[in-house]
Design a protein around this ligand. Structure first.
Ligand SMILES: [Zn+2]
Length: 173
């Protein structure tokens, strides 16, 4: 288009076109071509600006993706470490339980397992300050007297929740 405008301008300048009507047409075409060129330059400018802004957005989003990925990697590593720790703890507790249960008489162990199934996973509770730590109920005087007079190896149970009571120096007997 620029070439066409230059060619028109050259023809106009050369004086080869002599008819006033031809001159006027040529002049009009040159003006129209100049206007279209201006319009196209505006479009090119706008497209360039939009491309620049799109590139900025791409850079910004790329950075955000990187940052989110970093956080995901971090959380994944922390989760894996926690799972490993829990697995280790579970294995150690399971082993400990096996050792302890092997030393408990079979009838007592089966009573404990039965109660554990009935009482939400807790079959035995500490008697602390005259209170069953399984159901948090304070024991009645008569019950405490019975427990006090029972032999140390007698299995005593909470009258309220029926759990096995474990006596210690803090039982308040
Ligand atoms: Zn109880």
């Amino acid at each position: 288009m620029r070439q066409r405008a230059a060619r028109d301008q050259k023809r106009l300048d050369s004086g080869a076109v002599s008819s006033p009507k031809d001159l006027e047409n040529l002049q009009r075409e040159i003006t129209s071509l100049a206007k279209r060129q201006g319009d196209l330059e505006d479009v090119v400018l706008e497209v360039m600006e939009r491309r620049e802004s799109a590139q900025e957005r791409v850079a910004e989003l790329t950075e955000r993706v990187g940052s989110v990925q970093g956080r995901i990697d971090d959380a994944t590593a922390r989760r894996d470490a926690a799972v490993e720790e829990i697995d280790g703890e579970a294995a150690s507790v399971t082993k400990e339980r096996e050792v302890v249960s092997a030393s408990v008489p079979a009838p007592l162990l089966s009573l404990y397992e039965k109660l554990r199934g009935q009482q939400g996973g807790i079959g035995a509770a500490k008697l602390y300050a005259r209170t069953c730590q399984g159901c948090r109920q304070e024991l009645a005087i008569t019950e405490l007297n019975e427990i006090r007079s029972a032999a140390p190896d007698t299995v005593v149970r909470c009258e309220n929740c029926r759990r096995i009571l474990v006596r210690t120096s803090e039982s308040g007997l």
